[in-house]
Each structure stands twice: as structure tokens, then as C-alpha cells.
Design a protein around this ligand. Structure first.
Ligand code: AMP
Length: 395
């Protein structure tokens, strides 16, 4: 992989695809700066070399030009987080954007208006990508969150920089983290998959069975497995059309020598609410009127042991309905176990949607080795797909 450290950007204008699609509150204040902070090392590198940066990003899902989704609203916050002045270009492409790009001096940063004001962006239009490419000398993709999309700025534009296209530091880190879980990490390798449904994780499970030594299946998904094995799961969430699939996953794991760990007990509620009455049951003996909403104490202790023995850990999906504080203990305990294992030298990657939300909510971001910035992109990587944004840099 060609990293930025092998390149000097002195006097180069560098078009950088970042992901500044940040959440805003009703006063248009950015509520989570993670994505902006994540792009800083790449921007700093280009500036330190004596190059200039042309930042481009999408922001929300506008249909055509929509002032509410103009990046001008967040320029001052981006400046603060990056610690540099930013020249905002009201135009994404065209003569005005070109003139502004031409006048950019080494050490300066310019931000182009929202890429998605143009339909051409998501369509992966070549002319639009070409117009973007005329603004700069080199291209860096540092937007992992959109690397699974073959959009103009994430994929198509790369072809116009056949010798001058690079992975930014963030993208390189994400690729490295996934590689460690999928192939290069120290054994034993463990994947913890939780969340609501088997159906949304099935491709990941199938792909990952060839890569891991241990697989913990927790959360809502585990009830489909418990029922498939003949258990009584009460009112717990279950996909009845996936029972056969669950059994075939268990068989396939056995053939491949992967140890699967399923919950043995659950904290159940008598209704789907934080205020529900709680009782602990074996996972295969949940009475009607009760539904499993969190991992039970025996399960938490067993999962902790597996986590502590593992040297490479992937965590995707919560062990229970962690949004309800009374049913969040299993998910918190798992996070604590991963944190302890990480302190003992394991590599831990948390990625894909809700487990990232959980880690942030419980302030465990700094306790794990790496928290992915990409939801869909991470899930597709774990499914074994080659992301178009990554492939475009490699060809
Ligand atoms: P996913 O997006 O597939 O990772 O699923 C995350 C969601 O699964 C979260 O919103 C959790 O509340 C939900 N979840 C986890 N465990 C359970 C459970 N036992 N019953 C219902 N929902 C669950």
C-alpha cells in the first residue's frame, strides 16, 4: 500500500476526499467532530510538506442545491477543529472554483461546496469527476465512510490521477485494522457479532468463519440460534425463516474448527421498555410473556473469558438493547472485557453502526485499539467485498 509518508507534496495542489458528513443540532452546531478530527493528520501532512489542500465532501442528502445543506454553515467549526484558516468555495466545479484553486498558495486550505448538490456525484459521472480533477495535481482519498460507494469523488475521480493517487492516513488505518482481523492479526482471533438480526449479518458470519478462531454470537440474533436448537425463547426477537440457516452456520463452524459461543442465560423483560420487570432465565427456557433483552451474568462471565484469551478482536453489534439503560449491562461488560484484553496487548477493532455508538456512549473509545469511522463501508469489508474507493487507488 502506497502511504503518504513516501510522498512529498511540496507546491502541489491536493484534492482530498474527506468525510465531513457530520451530525448537526437544530442550531446548526456540529454535535460530533470525530470525522473532522479524523482527517486532520492527512491535511497536516500536506500542509507541512508545503502543499495546499482542496477538501471535498458530501453533506446530508440534498436533492439539488439546498442552502440548508451548504457547507458554509460549518466552515467555522471545521476551522476550529483543524486549526487552520479555510477558504470556502461556493462552487464545487467550474471556472470560479478553478480560479480560486489556482490562487491557492502553499499552506492554504480550500473547501468546496457540497458535492451532492450535483446528481452527478452519486451517479459516478465521469465528466463531473474530470471537472473535479482539473482543480488539483494529486488526489487523496481519506473518506472511509463512503469508500463502499462508486461515486465521482470517491472512486471515479481517481482515474484522472493515474500516478498521483493515494490513501490518506485515515483510510490506510481503516484498511490496516480490517486486515489485522481478516488475515494478519495474532491468533486467537475472535469476532463478537451482536445486534438485532441474523439476516443483516449473515454474509459477515459466512465470510468470517474462514478467518476467526472464536465467534461470539450475542444480542437479538442469538434467539434465532436458541430456537433452532430446540429452545423456548418466549417473546424474544426471532427470525423464524432463518432457523435452518442458524443450524447450518453451527455445522459449518464445526467443520472449520471455529468455536462458537452463544449466550446461556439472559436478562428478560416482561415488555419492551426500560421500565420492564426483569428476570434472568436460561436462554432456552424463557417463558411466554418474557423477552430476552440483555446477556445474563453467566453469559457475561463466559464471554469475558473468551475475550481475555483472544489476541485479535473484532466487535460488531451490541449484546442487548443497550439503548435502555436497564438492559445495557451486558454490552458495557463486553466493552470492559475488550478494554482489559486490549490493555493486555490484544488488538481490538470496533466497527459498524451500533457497537460504535455503544462504545462512544459508554466512553470506551480510548480503551480499544481502533474505532472505525465507517458503518456501511466496514460492514461491506467484513463481508469480504472489495470497496470501490479502495480498488480505485490500487489499480
Ligand atoms: P444491528 O444494527 O443489527 O447491530 O442491531 C443493533 C440493535 O440491536 C440495537 O438497536 C439493539 O437494541 C438491538 N438488540 C440487541 N439485542 C436485542 C434483543 N435482545 N432484543 C431486541 N433488540 C436487540
Amino acid at each position: 500500500m502506497r502511504t503518504l509518508d513516501t510522498v512529498n507534496f511540496s507546491n502541489k495542489k491536493v484534492l482530498i476526499r474527506v468525510d465531513f458528513n457530520v451530525p448537526l443540532d437544530e442550531n446548526k452546531r456540529v454535535t460530533d467532530h470525530t470525522r473532522i478530527k479524523a482527517a486532520k493528520p492527512t491535511i497536516d501532512k500536506v500542509l507541512a510538506d508545503g502543499g495546499s489542500c482542496l477538501l471535498m465532501t458530501h453533506f446530508g442528502r440534498p436533492k439539488g442545491v439546498d442552502d440548508k445543506l451548504s457547507l458554509r454553515h460549518i466552515v467555522s467549526e471545521i476551522q476550529k477543529v483543524l486549526g487552520v484558516d479555510i477558504q470556502f468555495s461556493k462552487h464545487t466545479i467550474g471556472p470560479e472554483a478553478q480560479a480560486q484553486a489556482r490562487s491557492l498558495q502553499p499552506g492554504q486550505v480550500m473547501l468546496l461546496e457540497n458535492l451532492r448538490f450535483y446528481d452527478e456525484e452519486t451517479k459516478g459521472d465521469e465528466q463531473f469527476a474530470n471537472a473535479l480533477s482539473t482543480l488539483a495535481d494529486c488526489y487523496i482519498n481519506d473518506a472511509f465512510g463512503t469508500a463502499h460507494r462508486a461515486h465521482a469523488s470517491t472512486t471515479i475521480v481517481a482515474q484522472f490521477f493515474p500516478k498521483e493517487k493515494y490513501f490518506g492516513y485515515l483510510l490506510a488505518q481503516e484498511i490496516d485494522a480490517i486486515d489485522r482481523v481478516m488475515s494478519t492479526g495474532e491468533k486467537p482471533v475472535l469476532a463478537v457479532l451482536g445486534g438485532a438480526k441474523v439476516s443483516s449479518k449473515i454474509t459477515i458470519i459466512e465470510n468470517i468463519l474462514d478467518k476467526v478462531d472464536h465467534l461470539i454470537i450475542g444480542g437479538g440474533m442469538s434467539f434465532t440460534f436458541a430456537k433452532a436448537k430446540g429452545g423456548q425463547i418466549g417473546n424474544s426477537i426471532c427470525e423464524d425463516d432463518k432457523l435452518e440457516l442458524a443450524l447450518s452456520i453451527l455445522r459449518s463452524a464445526k467443520e472449520k474448527g471455529v468455536q462458537i459461543h452463544l449466550p446461556t442465560d439472559v436478562v428478560a423483560g416482561d415488555q419492551f421498555s426500560n421500565e420492564a420487570n426483569q428476570q434472568i432465565f436460561p436462554i432456552d427456557q424463557i417463558p411466554d410473556g418474557w423477552e430476552g433483552m440483555d446477556a445474563g451474568p453467566e453469559t457475561v462471565a463466559a464471554f469475558r473469558e473468551v475475550v481475555l484469551q483472544s489476541k485479535t478482536i473484532l466487535w460488531n453489534g451490541p449484546l442487548g438493547v443497550f439503548e435502555f439503560s436497564h438492559f445495557s449491562q451486558g454490552t458495557i461488560a463486553l466493552g470492559e472485557a475488550i478494554s482489559a484484553s486490549t490493555k493486555n496487548g490484544a488488538f481490538s477493532l470496533v466497527g459498524g453502526g451500533d457497537s460504535v455508538a455503544a462504545v462512544k456512549q459508554f466512553n470506551m473509545e480510548n480503551e480499544v485499539s481502533y474505532v472505525s469511522t465507517g458503518g456501511g463501508a466496514m460492514l461491506e469489508s467484513l463481508e469480504g467485498k472489495t470497496l470501490p474507493g479502495i480498488a480505485a487507488i490500487l489499480v
